[in-house]
Design a protein around this ligand. Structure first.
Ligand code: DUC
Ligand code: ZN
Ligand code: ZN
Length: 470
């Protein structure tokens, strides 16, 4: 009887803190040994010349999320998690969104029907709260936190989702009581609505004006307001998808004052700019890059790198929110009438790690250990998955990406594994690529070939985030 089901031999193990030449031994889906030399495994992978890192954890993805009458999201759990494993990610945290008026427990049950038995990798859910009624705040949320849904998301914009200041405070108060971590979409509703109306009146309706309608100022204002409310109630918050200097500086300012304010940024803010949204909605469309907050400019990209280097951002997530680039998505007849109807979001779960490695590690902006922290370990710690996920050490799930730091690739749609019909990173040349992804000890993807199955991934009941405690 072999000691191990699988060994990974000859590679260099990279964690958030260490880089060591070591073999990894796996049994029953868990890492059981990290040692100079491991022998006696039923199967062995030769990782000579390669890096062995914790599988990515993408703590911000949208899968199978209803769109209030707009075009359907192109990925559900099967195709979205297939794309995830192809890109080296082994855990995703999508959102269970409460349509206004719906009960949260029923919503969560519906998401389980979408996800259970269909996912290639493990998953949990954040709860999007659009209707903080007394029963939601008083009964449903505390019970759901107990059941492992330990983070919420709130929106400061969008007709169907926006919470006013009073409601934000009520959710923050509830989160403090049940020690949930609140993710905040910080963009100011009224300012965006005002700008949108003025732009439309002036006939400025092309996708490019999506960015003009929600400049960094509205993100900064909302970030500051959220931080102020969090300070008022002494509750930790995570400001997600930060696009540039303005909001980054608000978070840095709060952190400098000792407030528990955390930050997330995403590939679109280091790899895209507002110019990508130029172009008519009818042709090769700027709509393909429409997401919120929108990509900014090169100076903003530099500000994001500064925030990454300074530790302002703990997590680098994809904000995968995919829509087809066609009449059933980004170029729907309605979307052609105004930027405000262009489905809001872009795919990215598969390319997140390659973009950060390519633009970050390969170009000397960040180190390998920082890469692991930003793509895996910090997500596990932030969202109550540590020490099950997020590192390579005995006791952790054997979720592993084997990475070739020298492989040159050009990101292109034909390499992708999701259901979306385009990648916004088409043509981006990167050095560094995932060559094998292991999910709980099983080789799930090798060189772009999917070997795992829907149902390999299961629901993760998450613990309380240590970051959510005061
Ligand atoms: N916020 C997100 O987090 N994702 C997509 C769109 C949005 O507004
Ligand atoms: Zn958001
Ligand atoms: Zn999102």
């Amino acid at each position: 009887m072999p000691d191990y089901d699988l060994s990974i031999r000859g590679g260099t193990v990279v964690t958030a803190s260490d880089t060591v030449r070591a073999d990894v031994g796996i049994r029953n889906g868990r890492i059981v040994a990290v040692a100079d030399r491991i022998e006696g495994a039923a199967k062995s992978i030769d990782a000579t010349g390669l890096l062995v890192m914790p599988g990515g954890i993408d703590s911000h993805v949208h899968l199978a999320q209803p769109t209030f009458g707009g075009p359907k999201m192109s990925d559900g759990f099967e195709t979205g998690t297939r794309a995830a494993i192809a890109g080296g990610t082994t855990t995703v945290l999508p959102f269970a969104m409460q349509p206004r008026g719906a009960g949260l427990r029923a919503v969560v049950n519906d998401y389980h029907k979408e996800a259970d038995g269909k996912s290639y990798c493990d998953y949990g859910f954040h709860l999007i709260i659009t209707n903080p009624s007394p029963s939601v705040l008083g009964q449903e949320l505390p019970a759901l936190v107990e059941d492992g849904y330990t983070s919420f998301k709130v929106f400061m914009t969008y007709d169907d989702m926006v919470l006013n200041d009073r409601e934000l405070l009520e959710v923050f108060e509830c989160a403090r009581g049940c020690r949930a971590l609140v993710m905040v979409h910080a963009e100011g509703y009224d300012a965006i609505k005002f700008m949108t109306e003025r732009l439309e009146q002036a006939g400025k309706t092309a996708p490019y004006y999506h960015g003009v309608s929600r400049p960094e100022i509205v993100e900064r204002e909302a970030a500051h307001r959220a931080i102020s409310h969090a300070q008022l109630l002494d509750v930790p918050i995570m400001i997600v998808h930060v696009s540039g200097r303005e909001a980054m500086e608000q978070i840095r300012w709060a952190q400098g004052r000792g407030l528990k304010v955390y930050g997330e940024t995403c590939p679109q803010y280091i790899a895209l700019t507002a110019d990508d949204m130029k172009g008519l909605n009818m042709d090769d469309s700027g709509g393909k890059y429409v997401c919120s907050p929108p990509p900014r400019d090169h100076a903003s990209q530099e500000a994001i790198w500064q925030g990454i280097s300074a530790g302002v951002f703990q997590t680098f997530s994809s904000d995968h929110c995919p829509f087809m680039d066609g009449v059933d998505g980004k170029r729907s007849p309605k979307a052609r009438t105004s930027f405000k109807w262009v489905p809001n979001g872009i795919p990215g779960v598969e390319t997140r790690m390659a973009v950060l490695w390519g633009l970050g590690v390969a170009q000397g902006r960040i180190g390998m250990n920082e890469f692991v922290a930003l793509t895996s370990t910090n997500h596990a710690k932030m969202y109550g998955l540590y020490p099950k996920k997020g590192s390579i050490a005995p006791g952790f799930d054997a979720d592993i990406v084997i990475w070739d730091p020298n492989r040159k690739e050009t990101i292109r749609q034909e390499l992708m594994h999701g259901a979306c019909d385009y990648t916004p990173y088409e043509g981006l040349a990167v050095t560094g690529w995932p060559v094998m992804t292991i999910v709980k000890g099983k080789l799930a993807c090798e060189d772009g070939k999917i070997l795992g199955s829907p149902g390999d991934g299961t629901f993760l009941k998450r613990g309380i985030s240590p970051y959510a405690s005061k």
